[in-house]
Design a protein around this ligand. Sequence first.
Ligand SMILES: NC(=O)c1ccc[n+]([C@@H]2O[C@H](COP(=O)([O-])OP(=O)(O)OC[C@H]3O[C@@H](n4cnc5c(N)ncnc54)[C@H](OP(=O)(O)O)[C@@H]3O)[C@@H](O)[C@H]2O)c1
Length: 262
Amino acid sequence: MFRPLTWGWKSFLPSATLLSMRSISSVANSSLKLVNKVAVVTGSTNGIGFSIARRLAQDGAHVIISSRKQQNVDQVVDILQREGLSVAGTVCHVGKAEDRERLVATALKHCGGVDFLVCTAGVNPLVGSTLGSSEQVWDKILSVNVKAPALLLSQLLPHMENRGLLICFPFQPQKLGAYNVSKTALLGLTKTLAVELAPKNIRVNCLVPGLIKTDFSRVVSTEKSFLGKPEDCAGLVSFLCSPDASYITGENIVVAGFSTHL
Ligand SMILES: NC(=O)c1ccc[n+]([C@@H]2O[C@H](COP(=O)([O-])OP(=O)(O)OC[C@H]3O[C@@H](n4cnc5c(N)ncnc54)[C@H](OP(=O)(O)O)[C@@H]3O)[C@@H](O)[C@H]2O)c1
């Protein structure tokens, strides 16, 4: 099915002109720390992903917004466009190969390469016991939460060499069975990829949030939970993308307030 690409604040320009967005924007925002950088953020139409996308764009990056639903992508691009930020958007269900390909193509077509891949999209179709999870549930969880970040990075790899950073999102242990297992696998993926990709000058780090107030956390939070805000994660991601973090890789960095740590 054809899904239109949604562009941000330069949407009135013809597409050839969009290629020069980076230089136009860098003139306007040359003091910002992520100026001329390109960030792809999966699952960025709500919650933590949205907050990160907004923050990276506020810090000067061109950001590709994506999630499963066109309507959500359009809405977020419109919101950020009205804030004067440089964003583009396209639908991407990270578990679908054709969607991942379109996301990569979108980033390359309009930005010429990618500096940061932030894999926020994650699913938890079942709150229950680990051994009570069906094969279908395991497949869905592992496909979206573990395989998708690795596959997306492999597709972007040739375009990220010597400029790249991957950030994934694991979870503090909760009673979330197979989901929790999948998120723990991301810790291993981070360590493994950090070593493998060091020769290509690509850094790989994990942000490990505690309980953050979003739609996603409603199933596990209680009235007594000490909840963080999505913005509490965004500043750290911006820092990890900045030159100040150029010697940080293979780390799992916890943003969890008073929650129990891994
Ligand atoms: N909230 C917490 O307490 C917490 C703590 C630790 C880790 N995390 C992790 O942080 C990430 C974001 O969580 P959140 O709380 O911000 O969730 P959220 O508020 O529910 O937002 C989820 C976002 O991801 C998109 N999405 C869902 N499934 C997707 C898929 N298969 N492919 C692409 N996009 C998808 C959603 O948009 P569409 O519906 O349009 O697809 C939405 O934009 C998750 O990986 C979660 O495991 C959350």
